[in-house]
Design a protein around this ligand. Sequence first.
Ligand code: SAM
Length: 343
Amino acid sequence: MMAGSGGSAVAGGPALHIPVLGRDAVGFLKPRNGGVYIDGTFGAGGYTSAILAAADCKVIGIDRDQTAIALGADLVEQAAGRLTLVEDRFSNLEAIARDAGYDAVDGVIFDLGVSSMQLDSAERGFSFRLDGPLDMRMSAEGPSAADVVNAASERDLAGIIYTLGEERHSRAVARAIVNARIIAPIATTHELAQVVATVVRPRAGDIHPATRTFQALRIFVNDELGELLAALQAAERILKPGGRLVVVSFHSLEDRIVKIFLTDRGSARPGSRHAPEVRHHAAIFQVLTKRPLTPDEDEVARNPRARSAKLRAAERTEAAARRGVPPRLLPHLPALSSVLKGR
Ligand SMILES: C[S@@+](CC[C@H](N)C(=O)[O-])C[C@H]1O[C@@H](n2cnc3c(N)ncnc32)[C@H](O)[C@@H]1O
């Protein structure tokens, strides 16, 4: 859906998102006059505004959240034909670019995860600090976190919470959820947070006991890791030689995927005289960040949400895009549809 074409209005409320590592991210993207850039995670438009200000270029902004797209309508107007907003998943960025009339683009940028607007809206159900329906969907469609929590088997719940939340008490949390929902379905964020708190004890100076469980459910419900991997491959196909890919991630599971993908695409594969079936592949990206860039203390002090951010960037070479990805890049978990059957 294009901005201004009927997205639901946004009710006042939460403060706008403060862009994390914005200057560095747009610096690595290196916008140039006449270029076309995809901002795959439009959010509050912080990155997009900076790209539009940096050069006389065009931006296609994508977000799966219709409230973000609706909020961007003013920016679309100010940009006077230089910004197109599309409500969609960023894994579809290749088709989105082609629909907008571009077979190739000069840059693709992602600032992963949720925005402050999403996190701070009780009715979106992302935060254990605010009481609201246990939703956690970035878009308005598909099963919610409550659907998963109330239908999944104890085994699947434990697997999701362990793998995507890195929660070592995952089995106990899954059991507590199953015991609680026998009495009544778990419908709100506070209900789930209380259930988790019965088995994960807070330790001094530690994060809230429900943090890991909420993270796991959010990543699972939105298929965030599958989206990321598909989007990296789409960026590989749509970037022009010399085009730039910039990714800001917020937890180790995301950063691992970006790192392994770029390491794989950033290395040439030599052909072999002894195994002629192994073909020579030139590197597809030149990696620009040997180590990920992280925010400095000032940025973290100003914006605590920046504390776990990692930026990686790479420049597309002339080599043809490859198919396939390194094995085990995505964790082994059952599909959302089969989890909902409760096996
Ligand atoms: C951290 S915020 C981006 C903030 C933005 N860079 C800014 O400066 O305002 C992430 C945004 O990406 C969106 N998002 C996350 N995953 C997505 C996906 N797979 N497809 C499209 N949008 C996605 C979220 O809805 C959210 O609005």
